[in-house]
Design a binder for this molecule. Structure first.
Ligand SMILES: [Zn+2]
Length: 161
């Protein structure tokens, strides 16, 4: 964590006493407004290299730019707000960026032109575990791979070395 905002705002005669955690990924070099997960008080902060350069200053009536990652209430038996609690903590989608969601390449033949056993999907007749560990009857189980293999053999595209 870069830092925390321990909210002490009095609400209904009691201090809020919520610890809002500012995680480094989002707040390392950051200036803006962040809300308290419990009472919604908006604080202005300016962080430089993970240090609180200015703030937290209360900004009543303003809208937050973002929310803390996580918040808890250590004086109340660690009652907490998990990441992704709507309206309190920041959405946590846990997804890689679109660039990293790829489609696997299905490889049927090795560089030497021979069928590879890793090719899937193999047909359901592979049995319970779906694996042809020691025997893969290509002709029967993957006729289309077998045909392609025959074509490759005829064209002389299959090599031993
Ligand atoms: Zn608060």
């Amino acid at each position: 964590m870069c830092d925390i905002i321990w909210c002490k705002i009095e609400k209904e005669g009691k201090p809020c006493n919520t610890v809002n955690y500012l995680d480094p990924y989002c707040f390392w070099n950051w200036e803006g407004k962040v809300n308290c997960a419990e009472c919604g008080t908006v604080y202005y902060i300016h962080m430089i290299q993970g240090h609180m350069y200015q703030g937290p200053d209360e900004k009543p009536g303003e809208k937050p730019d973002t929310s803390p990652l996580y918040a808890d209430k250590p004086l109340e038996g660690y009652r907490n707000y998990r990441p992704g609690t709507e309206g309190r903590t920041r959405p946590y989608e846990c997804l890689p960026r679109a660039a990293y969601i790829g489609e696997p390449d299905m490889v049927k033949f090795s560089v030497r032109g021979r069928p590879v056993r890793g090719f899937r999907p193999q047909p359901p007749s592979a049995g319970r575990a779906g694996s042809h560990g020691f025997k893969w009857d290509i002709q029967k189980l993957s006729p289309e791979v077998w045909e392609e293999y025959q074509e490759k053999l005829n064209k002389g595209e299959v090599k031993d070395f």
